[in-house]
Design a protein around this ligand. Structure first.
Ligand code: NAP
Length: 251
């Protein structure tokens, strides 16, 4: 473990892209808080993998869309690490494929609560710990948006796409709001990535089924997204502020 290792909270760190970010960030020397919503086994597996590799991590349960959970989560991270240097706002959900004229209010509300409100609440708490305005030492936030924000989610999930559009705008505005307080805020827009999220939309094989529509000819991997996230968090990206980086195989 390098001296004065940086600490990182990854929301939705138990599976998919978040888990890959946790593993790669730990390999880069971060102490990692692995947030999960319900799949504790998956979160503990990520923690074990990191520990087996000589890193430090702990699992923390919490629904990012519930303010009390978010508050408790940041308190626990602060207590455990004594500081926070970075946040990856990764937790996100889709719902089953539907046209807008078939969507219930409850569906749209849940999606916006987790994807948008959750990212705002976590960013708010991270800023309180990291901003020089609040006595912190600065830090970095990476928001996980989606290529859907550009493509619109037509015929699949326009609500999800719109939630990611909100993440893009939040990234743009927040980056400028806190840039002078030592915090860099950026986003990544993944394209079709092979994770379990597609099963939640009703088609576990969706990523490969659309491979022909992707210039790269294949879906991406969670590791390919994590590479970009860890770079954006790092000092290598010290002059990157408010950027929205497409990591989408050209789609
Ligand atoms: P995934 O494999 O379904 O994993 C989702 C993760 O989010 C899990 O760790 C899950 O925890 C957690 N989570 C779900 N709801 C949560 C909540 N309310 N509070 C806290 N954690 C919660 O998803 P993924 O594909 O890795 O997606 C990660 C992010 O990338 C999402 O924001 C997604 O929108 C975005 N993205 C994905 C793709 C893609 O093709 N996969 C493309 C573009 C953008 P549990 O394990 O406890 O359920």
């Amino acid at each position: 473990m390098p001296k004065a290792a940086k600490s990182l909270l990854v929301t939705g760190g138990s599976r998919g892209i978040g888990a890959a970010v946790c593993r790669q960030a730990a390999a880069a020397g971060y102490r990692v808080a692995v947030n999960f919503a319900s799949n504790e086994d998956a979160a503990l597996k990520v923690v074990s993998e990191i520990e087996a590799d000589g890193g430090e991590a702990f699992a923390i349960k919490g629904d990012v869309g519930t303010e009390a959970d978010v508050m408790a989560m940041f308190e626990a991270v602060d207590k455990r690490f004594g500081k926070l240097d970075a946040l990856v706002n990764n937790a996100g959900v889709v719902d089953v494929v539907a046209r807008v004229d078939e969507m219930s209010a409850a569906r749209i509300e849940r999606l916006l609560r987790i994807n948008v409100l959750g990212s705002f609440l976590c960013a708010r708490e991270a800023i309180k710990l990291m901003s020089t305005r609040h006595g912190g030492k600065g830090g970095a936030i990476v928001n996980i948006s989606s290529a859907a924000a550009r493509l619109g989610g037509v015929g699949l999930y326009v609500d999800y796409a719109a939630s990611k559009g909100a993440i893009d705008t939040m990234t743009f505005g927040l980056a400028r709001e806190v840039a002078r307080e030592g915090i860099r805020v950026n986003a990544i827009r993944p394209g079709m990535i092979e994770t379990e999220i597609h099963a939640d939309s009703g088609d576990p094989d969706r990523a490969w089924k659309v491979a022909d529509t992707i210039p790269a000819g294949r879906p991406g991997t969670a590791e390919e997204i994590a590479n970009a996230v860890v770079w954006l968090l790092s000092d290598q990206a010290s002059y990157v502020e408010g950027a929205i980086l497409d990591v989408s195989g050209g789609r």
